[in-house]
Design a protein around this ligand. Structure first.
Ligand SMILES: Nc1ncnc2c1ncn2[C@@H]1O[C@H](COP(=O)(O)OP(=O)(O)OP(=O)(O)O)[C@@H](O)[C@H]1O
Ligand SMILES: Cc1ncc(COP(=O)(O)O)c(N)n1
Length: 264
């Protein structure tokens, strides 16, 4: 019997089940990847918004990392909500032991609620980005990180190029919040080249967890040994399929969750 590939998510819990650790573990399982998890924060959250956050102290985040990395053959890692600059700094100290590192710099929930205490920008840019195989900010996160508005595809191309300066091997500026487009366009910077990933736009309010799912699907595919470019294309396709299958659901009064695979 061969072992399954193992991936790790370092992220926050979403009590509503749509984003965070819950979305990541579902996405790993959908790729037939065994999921491990280091929890950085609890959120009291549903499809409408975030009611409260209780961050886990960095020492206990470290204890979880030691437990997982000291025992299991983690082949790829995704970071989501890290909640505090201290936890970003702590995770950065583990970076040499974190293969295939996908950094989703979660700062704000789709509801608009903040998911990070303060001083996020410098901690992410200076400490974690240099170790990442890929970083995956959405438009709003790219704006916060760069301290300027990022609202259209041209801005996203410039943002991806400017964020690449911080040392990540690849940057994806996700366009799920671009207005007025018939396509969901993500801008990818890789080795000095910029390209776009596109998929047909799905008209649905059930989009809570798209960012987490995209980053987790990328990490799952890296854990399975796919090259990064293939992993990103496959993750984009996975999110599109998940969104299209749950477009008509009505779970909760706010932004509902996505469906999940396997889809093959
Ligand atoms: N309505 C949609 N139709 C098709 N693809 C979408 C849609 N919304 C988001 N996506 C895709 O989902 C992925 C995540 O992008 P998005 O910009 O939504 O991330 P995010 O803002 O981090 O997520 P969230 O909105 O859940 O916080 C991207 O590949 C994006 O293009
Ligand atoms: C615990 C937690 N982590 C992350 C997100 C953002 O998720 P997404 O950008 O996928 O909506 C969230 N709402 N809650």
């Amino acid at each position: 019997m061969t072992n399954p590939a193992v991936a790790l998510t370092i992220a926050g819990s979403d009590s509503g089940g749509g984003a965070g650790i819950q979305a990541d573990l579902k996405t790993f399982a959908a790729h037939r990847v065994f999921g491990t998890s280091v929890i950085t924060a609890l959120t009291a959250q549903n499809t409408i918004g975030v009611r409260g956050i209780s961050a886990v102290g960095p020492a206990f985040v470290g204890a979880q990392l030691d437990a997982v990395l000291g025992d299991l053959p983690v082949a790829a890692v995704k970071t989501g909500m890290l909640a505090t600059p201290e936890t970003v700094a702590l995770v950065a100290t583990y970076a040499p032991r974190l293969p295939g590192l996908v950094v989703d710099p979660v700062l704000v929930a789709s509801s608009g609620d903040r998911l990070f205490t303060r001083d996020a920008e410098r901690a992410y840019l200076d400490l974690l980005f240099p170790h990442a195989a890929v970083v995956t900010p959405n438009l709003r996160e790219a704006s916060v990180l760069l301290g300027r508005e990022v609202v259209d595809v041209d801005d996203a191309i410039k943002a991806a190029t400017d964020l690449a300066v911080y040392g990540s091997r690849c940057v994806v500026v996700k366009g799920g919040h671009l207005r007025g487009s018939a396509e969901a366009v993500d801008v990818v910077w890789h080795d000095g080249q910029v390209e776009v990933l596109t998929a047909p736009w799905i008209d649905t309010a059930n989009n809570h967890g798209t960012g987490c799912t995209f980053a987790a699907a990328t990490a799952a595919r890296l854990a399975l040994g796919q090259p990064l470019a293939d992993a990103l294309r496959g993750a984009k396709q996975y999110v599109h399929e998940a969104l299209s299958r749950s477009a008509g659901w009505s779970l909760g009064a706010g932004h509902g969750p996505l469906s999940w695979g396997p889809f093959d």
